[in-house]
Write a protein that binds this ligand. Structure first.
Ligand code: ZN
Length: 181
């Protein structure tokens, strides 16, 4: 254990507070982005998600895999569960989900199972992305639901966040005391 891991792991990126006047896709992605920053500040891979229905945020969640010791505690799964509890229905046809990173196959499966009508994600994930990055769960030909998917919303910001986190984690791990090249 180093002396001040919390200090070193705190997120250097600033939250973005969107104008309440424009409750559009960008507005909601900014809320998801702020959830991702909260994830980083809790030592988690920075991914955040919000679910919106009738322009009301009905769920907001961050990745909690490490703290919950639960590989299924992804932001999207937690947000979907919250959203369903909020409206008392497992069907989210009319809801819109915003997430900072492309959902993995597990989360993409949950999105289809919950029949989420619309998904926007920020950073693509060529390694584990389940909505076209690595595979496309949304394209299963016989699935009884398909979500409308928009990619690349705040892509640069969301990608910088994830890459910055792993860079910080690596340098922390490799060498907590001396500077690397
Ligand atoms: Zn996931």
């Amino acid at each position: 254990m180093s002396d001040s891991p919390k200090e070193k792991l705190s997120c250097p990126f600033e939250k973005i507070y969107p104008s309440q006047l424009e409750k559009n896709d960008l507005f909601h992605m900014k809320l998801a982005y702020n959830q991702a920053i909260d994830a980083w500040n809790h030592g988690e891979v920075p991914v955040g998600a919000v679910v919106v229905k009738d322009e009301v945020v009905i769920a907001a969640a961050r990745n909690q895999t490490e703290n919950a010791s639960d590989p299924t505690a992804h932001a999207e799964i937690i947000a979907i569960t919250q959203a369903c509890r909020t409206i008392g229905d497992w069907r989210l046809n009319d809801a819109r989900l915003y997430v900072t990173k492309e959902p993995c196959p597990m989360c993409a499966g949950a999105i289809l199972s919950a029949r989420v009508g619309f998904v926007a994600f920020g950073a693509p994930d060529p390694a584990m992305g389940g909505l076209g990055g690595a595979i496309d769960v949304n394209a299963m030909p016989k699935a009884n639901h398909r979500a409308e998917v928009v990619s690349g919303l705040m892509e640069q910001e969301c990608l910088a966040l994830v890459q910055g986190f792993f860079r910080a984690a690596r340098s922390e791990k490799n060498n907590p005391s001396t500077a690397s090249s």
